[in-house]
Ligand binder design. Structure first.
Ligand code: G16
Length: 543
């Protein structure tokens, strides 16, 4: 055996955030940095020894090198078999599906999600457990602790494995299967959605654009939308995965998916615009002159689940992350469904899904998904909308406005202040926390503050408690302002301010979300002292 035991020193900054460890590529390239973290995973996930591991990433810069290191470390740590995507590629939802289908003991996914890539961009690594979902906080905390104590790691001395073709290899007794990253996932989608019905709208001239943002979903979208469903060639734009995402920012929002937004504006024959992010778990849904907020999308999916073959037997319940609008709560209330409010982070849905308490879940951060896997799923959401359009024979705008007419409208916007100095961001949150007791009952113009707190979640399945998940201002009319610091940024701190207002009367619905929320936006600044503390007069990104 050519196992090497390599001496190394801990790095102090290997604490995983909302979704694994995300740092600059240059940080990951420092000697032993990646190896320390991977060894810490193996030291904690002792259940992996003798079992199957799924491995792949979103193809960003450093993906190929990291895959080879992890294969060699897996072999040295007693893993029996690794399923690795061809060329080291796997979308996050496809990886989750593979873990579940193959009874793998876990998976390692290489991605910094929607963060930019390239030599100066970001890289990331996360561990998913045997249920296919992101590891819980107890696990990531243990990995961080292990990383602070590490002094050596195990690795095989071996040549790199050729991942360019579907093939099998043996590495010191560990079996490596290089698999097609797309086919199993495409099959699963065909089981959930009515592919014949969706094909029929494309046959009848329905046109759409899907922006893969030069990230992982290109090959998946081309196979499913163009090859299997018969959408015209050219439906998938930016479909070739590039290690720097073509210099673009693979974050499917109205700012970074500008090209798609403009395509919809200039071509009135396009009935749907959609996009996904770096690793394929997020989604953006656009119609002609309408952006479907992720919060509304979850509510609309919940209200219409019965139209989709995979959900015809009904929903067990639904869940949303705390900052996500309460649009889905309104639907759940009317349909008599249980509705859960969790902290930000897909991992919090895992227990609810595993316990059979929910079927759908979603987040304002462009994530929606169901119990088919344990990750959010970008293409799943796009297919859901296509299936809805095909069933209802209505435009995206019609589906949305009819939904609002029935359930009322939750005006909703997120304001992001990016890369602010961390001490300022912490000061802002600390002063808000300190003011909570005095804020309650205060009036701000027409708005009376009913309740305010720092969101604390008790998991209904295992009783675990997660504190300090965002400051909530809850007003008497149901309006909300939420302040929270992002867990996925890599430069300074990002402050997210979420603003929401409910209007049940369709006659009073306005076209302009920012206008409808203007007073609350002012209150958010007034209470949070955002401009004073950060020195910023406006957010960097408004969604
Ligand atoms: C990750 C998590 C999501 C979460 C998001 C929050 O998304 O997987 O569940 O909603 O982070 O991001 P932030 O903390 O920046 O608001 P992703 O797509 O980056 O893996």
């Amino acid at each position: 055996m050519s196992i090497q035991i390599v001496n190394s020193q801990p790095y102090p900054d290997q604490q995983p955030g909302t979704s694994g460890l995300r740092k600059k590529v240059t940080r990951f390239q420092q000697s032993h940095y990646l190896q320390n973290f991977v060894q810490s995973i193996f030291n904690v996930a002792t259940e992996l020894a003798g079992q199957t591991l799924v491995l792949g990433g979103d193809g960003r810069f450093f993906n190929p090198q990291a895959i080879q290191v992890i294969l060699k470390m897996a072999a040295a740590n007693g893993i029996a078999r690794v399923l690795v995507g061809q060329l080291g590629l796997l979308s996050t939802p496809a990886a989750s599906a593979l873990i579940r289908k193959n009874n793998a003991a876990g998976g390692i996914i290489l991605s910094a999600s929607h963060n930019p890539g390239g030599p100066d961009g970001d890289f990331g690594i996360k561990f998913n457990t045997a249920n296919g979902g992101p590891a819980p906080t107890s696990f990531t905390d243990a990995v961080f602790q292990a990383s602070t104590r590490i002094h050596q790691y195990r690795i095989i001395e071996s040549d790199d494995i050729d991942l360019s073709a579907i093939s099998s290899h043996d590495m010191e007794g560990m079996q490596i299967e290089v698999i097609d990253p797309v086919q199993d996932y495409a099959e699963m989608m065909a089981q959930i959605f009515d592919f014949d019905k969706i094909s029929s709208i494309f046959k009848n001239g329905f046109r759409m654009r899907f922006d893969a943002m030069h990230a992982i979903t290109g090959p998946y979208a081309i196979e499913i939308l163009q090859n299997r469903l018969g959408a015209e060639n050219g439906t998938v734009i930016n479909g070739i995965p590039l290690e720097d995402f073509g210099g673009c920012h693979p974050d499917p929002n109205l700012v970074h998916a500008r090209e798609l937004v403009e395509l919809l504006q200039t071509d009135p024959t396009l009935g749907l615009g959609a996009a996904s992010d770096g690793d394929g778990d997020r989604n953006l849904i656009l119609g002609q002159a309408v952006f479907v907020t992720p919060s509304d999308s979850l509510a609309i999916m919940t209200a219409n689940a019965g139209l989709i073959p995979g959900y015809q037997s009904g929903l067990k319940g639904v869940a949303r992350s705390m900052p996500t609008s309460a649009a889905v709560d309104t639907v759940a209330g009317q349909l008599g469904l249980a509705c859960y409010e969790t902290p930000t982070g897909w991992k919090f849905f895992g227990n609810l899904l595993d316990a059979g308490k929910i079927t759908f879940c979603g987040e304002e951060s462009f994530g929606s998904g169901s119990d088919h896997i344990r990750e959010k799923d970008g293409l799943w959401a796009v297919l859901f909308w296509l299936n809805l359009i095909a069933e209802k024979q209505q435009s995206v705008a019609d589906i949305v406005t009819r939904h609002w007419a029935r359930f009322g409208r939750h005006y909703y916007s997120r304001h992001d202040y990016e890369a602010i100095a961390s001490d300022k961001a912490n000061q802002l949150m600390d002063q808000l926390r300190a003011a909570l007791a005095t804020l309650k009952g205060q009036h701000f113009g027409d708005y009376r503050l009913n309740q305010c707190d720092d969101f604390c979640y008790t998991d209904p399945v295992d009783g675990s408690v997660t504190e300090q998940q965002g400051i909530r201002l809850l007003f008497a009319d149901g309006s909300r302002i939420v302040y929270r610091l992002s867990g996925t940024g890599t430069v300074g701190s990002t402050l997210r301010v979420y603003i929401e207002k409910y209007q049940s009367d369709p006659a009073l619905h306005s076209q302009d979300t920012q206008l409808a929320l203007a007073e609350l936006i002012d209150i958010a600044d007034q209470v949070g002292h955002i401009s004073v503390i950060t020195g910023r007069s406006a957010p960097d990104v408004i969604t």
